[in-house]
Design a protein around this ligand. Structure first.
Ligand SMILES: Cc1cc2nc3c(=O)[nH]c(=O)nc-3n(C[C@H](O)[C@H](O)[C@H](O)COP(=O)(O)OP(=O)(O)OC[C@H]3O[C@@H](n4cnc5c(N)ncnc54)[C@H](O)[C@@H]3O)c2cc1C
Length: 392
């Protein structure tokens, strides 16, 4: 099989990029190793920046018809004190809220919407297991499918296979690790009628819980110190764990913050978490992945009509996106060093919210600044890639 562009990974980065390249008439294949998108452990927060992109693609009405909840004011309980840390209603944007939507709905929606593009193929149960080389150039991927191993040759391979990217590892791209002090236990909690608490985060000494309202239930993220899974589980639950029928009920999600100094090789580009793994702080990772996809299509779609651009031109994507990534990761590291590390230390003394959080809570216009950083981000992208009929 031969395609102009092979995208490895059908997460937010891969599905959005597949949609944009299909829309531009590029012969593109998206490979997703799972049979469907129905997994509970993906980020669920769709921010104003992503909704703006959906609006520019004419997809927003259908998107907002999918079941979702909207959040404008982000509030947390920090050591017994309730604080507002962001207010999206202060933003001058078309969609001033965060939409909480199970990610499988978002990805399915992109997949269904992309079916109108004849040049886009999404292959499920297709796992890239190695790269194909042609001299120095990456020339495609070896793929495990239910029918056996298939070679997919591609002028350009784009790694969108997330924070444990096999493609970047096989391409020998070095990862710069910024460290993350926590992991997350991810599970659902029942929601009673009329239980519509707007609290987003609860932080007490040694404990931190973030909850997402998913309509019929709470999606809970219980933050634990990195590597403490056994310690957290053992004393209280270990014997009971034998009765746990399915690990679908509780998932350990490992958190990482890292990035690649180099995002390319000849014939290869990495974007999304494959280029820069994001922590859950701020719920920005999905949205950054979408922004990367938009920038990639803006910079490369027209060039791909004639084949794979040289590595220097592929690197334009890193040049465009590295600054927003660095700024966002810096914010995440500041939050984890100043808030999360302190919060995860066990102790009996009530926690005192950091001065900066108290300041933001006290001065409402500052809540618009934090909302802008989270909801719109640094250097937001707008869709400028061609639609197929514009190309000729
Ligand atoms: C605990 C936790 C909670 C988070 N919560 C949020 C949140 O609420 N909001 C938010 O915006 N961000 C959140 N994030 C960050 C967010 O999940 C990521 O930044 C985002 O998913 C990155 O998108 P992506 O498309 O680059 O990669 P991914 O979403 O990781 O998608 C990669 C895809 O590639 C597929 N794949 C992997 N390997 C292969 C292969 N070899 N062949 C074929 N397919 C492959 C995977 O199955 C997957 O579908 C969270 C992160 C963590 C760790």
């Amino acid at each position: 099989m031969k395609v102009r562009c092979c995208i490895v990974g059908g997460g937010p980065a891969g599905m959005m990029l597949g949609y944009l390249l299909g829309r531009a008439g590029i012969d593109v294949g998206v490979l997703e190793k799972h049979a469907d998108f129905f997994r509970d452990f993906r980020g669920d927060t769709v921010h104003p920046s992503t909704m703006q992109v959906m609006d520019e693609l004419g997809l927003i009405d259908g998107f907002l018809k999918l079941p979702h909840q909207q959040l404008q004011k982000m509030e947390g309980m920090f050591g017994g004190t309730s604080l507002r840390i962001a207010d999206l209603s202060r933003l001058n944007v078309k969609y001033p809220f965060i939409a909480f939507m199970p990610q499988w709905d978002f990805l399915n929606f992109l997949r269904e919407s992309g079916k109108r593009f004849a040049s886009l193929k999404v292959m499920m149960s297709a796992e890239a297991i190695d790269l194909i080389h042609d001299g120095d150039r990456i020339a495609g991927v070896k793929v495990k499918t239910p029918d056996g191993i298939v070679d997919i040759e591609a002028d350009l391979t784009i790694a969108c296979d997330g924070r444990h990217s096999l493609v970047r590892e096989r391409a020998g791209l070095a990862v710069e690790d910024l460290g993350a002090p926590m992991d997350v236990l991810w599970f659902r909690a029942g929601k009673r009628e009329n239980e519509n608490e707007s609290l987003f985060a609860r932080v007490d000494p040694g404990k931190m819980m973030v909850t997402f309202d998913r309509g019929g239930y709470w999606q809970c993220a219980y933050v634990i110190a990195k590597g403490q899974y056994d310690a957290v589980m053992a004393p209280t639950l270990k014997s009971g764990l034998a009765d746990v029928k399915s690990w679908d009920d509780v998932k350990l999600l490992t958190v990482a913050i890292n990035r690649l100094p180099r995002w390319t090789r000849p014939g290869l580009l990495c974007i999304g978490d494959a280029a820069h793994a994001m922590s859950p702080i701020g719920g920005v990772g999905v949205n950054l992945a979408v922004q990367d996809a938009v920038a990639t299509a803006n910079l490369l779609a027209s060039k791909l009509v004639n084949g794979c651009p040289p590595e220097g031109e592929l690197d334009a994507v890193r040049k465009r996106r590295e600054f927003p990534v660095r700024m966002t990761q810096r914010m995440q590291v500041v939050v984890q060093n100043n808030i999360i590390t302190t919060a995860l230390k066990p102790g009996n003394q009530p926690l005192k919210a950091p001065a900066v959080m108290r300041l933001v809570n006290a001065i409402p216009w500052l809540q618009g600044i934090t909302a802008g950083f989270v909801g719109v981000g640094v250097r937001p992208e707008h869709v400028q890639s061609p639609v197929a009929s514009d190309r000729f």
